[in-house]
Ligand binder design. Structure first.
Ligand SMILES: NC(=O)C1=CN([C@@H]2O[C@H](COP(=O)(O)OP(=O)(O)OC[C@H]3O[C@@H](n4cnc5c(N)ncnc54)[C@H](OP(=O)(O)O)[C@@H]3O)[C@@H](O)[C@H]2O)C=CC1
Ligand SMILES: CC(C)(CO)C(=O)C(=O)O
Length: 327
């Protein structure tokens, strides 16, 4: 398959490198010193057991116009970067090209093909001007939930920490031939790629942890393990997660695991800095809108009070703002 990874960073780089090594025709879109290092030396992944491999893609570029049409485009840029690249994606399309959203948070397409009273609602926190919706035909979209944890440790080098699962789902829940082909390619590359008919449930289960742990870590500098083990921050996480659960249940989602199991799952990842904390430390914008802003918006839509999420959302937004002022 011809697969283009848009944003070959921590997750996209890990995914892309293993797909290259399994024999897929992979193009990587990256930029800056990371792109230069990939072009010069290939993309190196260091696996959790300390071993490493170098993958040489068909092409590594920052220029969307230099890429030929693809069977699969995997969006592995941060959720807050999608609107900037959406108008360039048409260069990568043929008629059947799939677009896989490999990101944390509520995706911009959440209410597309959804049914019920909120059918077709566009979330302003995610796609205020409709740029994404207008540039990514919804029939191309495949939902994806990212479970691995990884980091760019130096330009051209990705450290994989743990996790192999990329859960997939058509957004209307159907089991299509195209999604099975995609799942097969991911499995051949060594990933777990279950195909689910309720991808929004999977998205909420992942987000359940991110909505609490990512903002708390961004504000305090604490790791997942530390937040889960200190009783007051564990309780704060629980309150945020209860608010999110109430909203999700009003939208028809049924959580198959308990809140305590989800917190314990995050704790087991260990002394890991969340991606939001990594963004704050690097002075980058965060994914606060996809992870918390969208949930605040969904709270208003479903008339669900979200006082704990609101407080953390406001604080991370302020941190971003004052961070920018300091730079
Ligand atoms: N890292 C992790 O452990 C996990 C991440 N996730 C999720 O996965 C998604 C990807 O995160 P992650 O891999 O950490 O992010 P990274 O920042 O590591 O990777 C994204 C890459 O895309 C590049 N990029 C952004 N815009 C462009 C552009 N216009 N042209 C070329 N390159 C571009 C970035 O470059 P630059 O740095 O210059 O902006 C960066 O290298 C996020 O939604 C995240 O929440 C989910 C689970 C775990
Ligand atoms: C913490 C982790 C790896 C898993 O919950 C994550 O999703 C993030 O850092 O954003």
């Amino acid at each position: 398959m011809k697969i283009c990874i848009v944003g070959a960073g921590a997750i996209g780089g890990y995914l892309g490198a293993k797909l290259v090594l399994s024999g897929e025709e992979v193009t990587l879109i990256a930029r800056g010193s990371h792109l230069e290092a990939i072009q010069k030396n290939g993309l190196k992944i260091i696996l959790a057991d300390g071993s490493s491999q170098v993958a040489n893609p068909v092409l590594a570029t920052s220029d969307f116009t230099a890429v030929e049409s693809q069977d699969v485009v995997i969006l592995a840029i941060k959720a807050n970067s999608v609107s900037a690249i959406a108008p360039s994606l048409h260069h990568l399309y043929h008629e059947q090209t799939m677009v896989v959203t490999a990101q944390n948070g509520i995706p911009w397409w959440y209410f597309c093909k959804h049914g019920g009273e909120y059918k077709g609602t566009r979330l302003n926190s995610l796609d205020p001007d409709g740029i994404i919706e207008n540039n990514i035909d919804i029939d191309r979209v495949i939902g994806c939930v990212v479970y691995p944890a990884a980091e760019i440790v130096e330009p051209g080098v990705i450290q994989h920490l743990e996790g192999e699962r990329f859960t997939l789902g058509e957004i209307d829940g159907s089991k299509t031939e195209r999604i099975q082909l995609l799942a097969q390619a991911l499995k051949k590359a060594g990933f777990k790629a279950p195909v689910r008919n309720q991808i929004r449930t999977e998205i909420w289960i992942k987000l359940w942890g991110n909505i609490a742990f990512n903002p708390i870590s961004a504000l305090t500098g604490a790791t997942l393990e530390a937040i889960a083990q200190y009783s007051h921050s564990r309780e704060l996480a629980r309150q945020m997660m209860l608010e999110a659960q109430t909203i999700a249940e009003k939208l028809g989602v049924k959580f198959g695991i308990s809140l305590e199991q989800r917190i314990n799952g995050a704790e087991k990842v260990g002394a890991h800095k969340t991606s939001m904390l990594q963004d704050i430390e690097a002075g980058r914008p965060t994914e606060i809108e996809a992870i918390a802003g969208a949930v605040v918006e969904l709270g208003k839509l479903t008339q669900t009070p979200t006082p704990h999420i609101d407080a953390l959302y406001a604080s991370v937004k302020l941190l971003e703002l004052t961070g920018k002022q300091r730079r």
